[in-house]
Design a protein around this ligand. Sequence first.
Ligand code: ADP
Length: 789
Amino acid sequence: ALRQLSARGGPSWGASGGFGHAQAPAAVLSTGRLPGWRAAAAAQGQAQQRRWLSSSGKDGEDGRDGKSAPPGLMTKIFEGFRGKGAEAEGGGSGRGKSGPEAADSAGSENALVPSGPETKHHKVFVVELQRKPLFPGIYTPVMVNKSERLIKEIMEVKKQGAQAYVGAFLVKDPKDPKDPKANDPRSGKPDAVPAATGGAASAASAHGGEVDVDIGKQLLDAADPASKLYETGTFAQVHTILTGDTPDSAQLLLLGHRRIKRTSTLSSDPLRVRIQHLRDEPYSSTDILKATSMEIVNTMRDLLQLNPLYGEQFRTLLSLTGSIDLQDMSRLVDAAASLTSADETRLQRILETLDVPERASEVLMLLKKEVELCKLQQDIREQVEGKIMKEQRRMLLMEQLKSIKKELGLERDDKSALLSKFQERWDAKKDSAPPDALRVVDEEMAKLGGLEPASPEFNITRTYLDWLTALPWGRYSDEIFDIVHAKEVLDADHFGLEDVKDRILEFIAVGRLRGSAQGKILCLVGPPGVGKTSIGRSIAATLHRKYFRFSVGGLYDVAEIKGHRRTYVGAMPGKLVQCLKQTGTSNPLVLIDEVDKLGRGHSGDPASALLELLDPEQNSGFLDHYLDVPIDLSKVLFMCTANTLDTIPGPLLDRMEVIRLSGYTSDEKRAIARRYLEPAASEDAGVPRGAAQLTDDAMTALIDEYCREAGVRNLKKHLEKVYRKVALQLVKRPEELHIHEGRPSDAVKDAGSPAAGDANDSSRDAFANTTPAAGTTTTPAAGKPAEEP
Ligand code: ADP
């Protein structure tokens, strides 16, 4: 930090003790940060140190800045402030003696800077300062460039073993409003002279005689190479010179001694000027001044607390102020001024101020400003730190939340987890997916990645991607084209229905010859209960296809078939897309039930939508509103059922292959009942196989008298009813179950006998009499139930 400060020419400083000896290198407070100089300073000042130490008699007593200053040096410094032990040789920078005689106190024991150089040095080489003026008592490093001759001169003096003195002048700030010449951009530039003349000449008419003088001065200034420098500067000792790589550059360590004013220019390269040594104006130590100086010290303490960067220098200075005679305001004020980061013009003005009380109040103001600056800086730092802390805390908590969610398996809302889930699903399918789907999925994935999880758009995209990636996209179930096996399966489930079975076998045969089965639309038309729906499932099993059934009876909303547009809240794809997702294959058997009862919507015709779905010409690129990507339905086997052809819309009917199921004769019904319905009913009721059986007469009566409709659904219901009664009887007398095991006819006889059964039960339900067969039963007519017509 210190190095930084010294680099920017900030509060780097050294406090000079007024030792009253030309050779004394004063306090080298900053040697710690300038090791090169430290060594040089130590070497140079060794002899003197010995002298001071012996003269002060206080060796080693001071440890305040022991690490950077030679032992005992600090003691010397503030002793110098107090004026003790100084080898007074005359004219210092007026150390605040009260009264007019103070100015004449040159040569008193309080002289801060030796008088020797002053008397001898009225002509000095100029060192230009770029950033800040040099204050008396302060060390400052200065870079000198393109000044080969100046460096040579200094080296020359140094070689002779003498101290080199220079005048350090700050280069004028072109923006300094207090400097009239500085506002004139032409000043300091030789080529600006004619223009300056012109400008002044035009002003001449306004200002009369004075103008001529101005013009003369400006011309002079323009020619003077020193005109770019402020007039007030510092008489400085070249403590150390470090030559650089090139002979025209070097680094000087200057120690300010006293204010000076340049009076005339002697030579331009190296720039040499005649100077006049300045002294502080005499001042008296008033209460106000004391208060000001104390306030300066306090403010420095505040600064120290606010900004540790000031630490090293301030602490040293403050430790000194304890012993400084506060009357020696000049030094204290100068040191404090050099510590502030005020701009160069302000500092230059302080340098120019010879009135010490005025200078003190000015410096106090600068220090106060510095405090404010520090506070502001602190505020900003706190704000920034607070923000960073908050951000970091958030990040940390989010990370923790993530890992907790992962642990608990709640990660599904997490965007990246979602994306990877979709990606995984998609990777398994994308090889067989059509290009359209590939493009859309890629787009949607990228979109989802960029969306905020809280936004509604995110949810829409997520659901959409969920659907897109869940569809089978070109995945088919392997079909088995085995006619013998198919026939067996079909016969196992259904009696008769030869037309349908033949059609399915044909379908299989074609599939076998072609190697693949094309989607077809079969329409089974017939009265209820003839097995239209149930055979669909058998066919699916036969063909080894997945089965999906949906009923369009009373359906009036086109969106049920074609899906909603994604923009709607709660939009869903249509039934077909749902079917594909559910079955997971692109070649299921889809049974569309009750196609003759299709409703008619007010905002669209479901029949037309169904047409698009079923039409083999169109359905290879079926476009669902929600999905918005064409899907291929050409491999789907559609089956429709209807009770009548009359109400099926013509265009739809055109595309179907109609198979009529006209209903069963009594014999067929009897066969169906015996082979399929009775065993199923007995099993459903939990009646053991063979525990009961209907007699042929009973069956005939049931079919001819009770179930005369074309289908067998009612017959099935009646048989189930009979077997439920049997089940009840069996449960009422469980021993029957065991005793008559193996002798079904007896069991049924017993179980069904009205004498053996509950009288109330049998009278309440005439079927109890009719069902148990074995000759003992009454005729169905006798027990005809009231509810049956
Ligand atoms: P639909 O759809 O024609 O109204 P279902 O398919 O629902 O009739 O059939 C009603 C019941 O009749 C089903 O349980 C079914 O098993 C049975 N069924 C109909 N026809 C037969 C048949 N030929 N062989 C065996 N059971 C049949």
